[in-house]
Design a protein around this ligand. Structure first.
Ligand SMILES: [Zn+2]
Ligand SMILES: [Zn+2]
Length: 147
């Protein structure tokens, strides 16, 4: 059976489920920090994030040509980051979910955009924005080969 991690926004209007094993990463990019008011601790799940209640309370903001960021229109909780061309929600906010103890951070990303007033106590690999864009390009090339 697939493990299910339940999550919800601050007011409870939006109920989500993360299905499958969770993977956590910290994003230090300028956009995430503005979106949350702090760095993002993002959670992805093997079988994605699913909205189980409150779809009509969700509003999205198109933050780039390829992605949108969703939030609860009633309480303002930031919900997830979504690639607009995809059917799946890959990345949500770890704080929304009831996650088990003992998880560790998989990696920290966009570390060159990190301000020097905070630091997380992890041994996770630190990935720069140049390395991230290389990954995106590789991913896009693979997608086109699959067409
Ligand atoms: Zn809410
Ligand atoms: Zn980010």
């Amino acid at each position: 059976m697939t493990e299910v991690h339940k999550g919800h926004c601050l007011c409870g209007a939006v109920q989500l489920e993360g299905r499958g094993a969770p993977k956590l990463e910290i994003c230090h990019c300028d956009m995430c920090r503005r979106w949350h008011g702090s760095p993002a601790v993002a959670a992805s799940f093997e079988q994605g994030v699913h909205i189980v209640q409150g779809k009509d309370a969700i509003q999205t903001f198109q933050s780039s040509d390829w992605a949108e960021r969703a939030f609860c229109s009633k309480c303002g909780t930031t919900l997830y980051y979504h690639l607009t061309g995809s059917d799946v929600i890959h990345s949500s906010q770890a704080g929304l979910f009831d996650l088990p103890e003992g998880l560790s951070i998989h990696e920290e990303i966009f570390v060159d955009e990190q301000p020097d007033y905070y630091r997380f106590d992890t041994d996770a690999p630190r990935i720069t924005s140049a390395e991230m864009f290389e990954r995106f390009e590789k991913y896009e090339a693979e997608q086109q080969n699959n067409d």
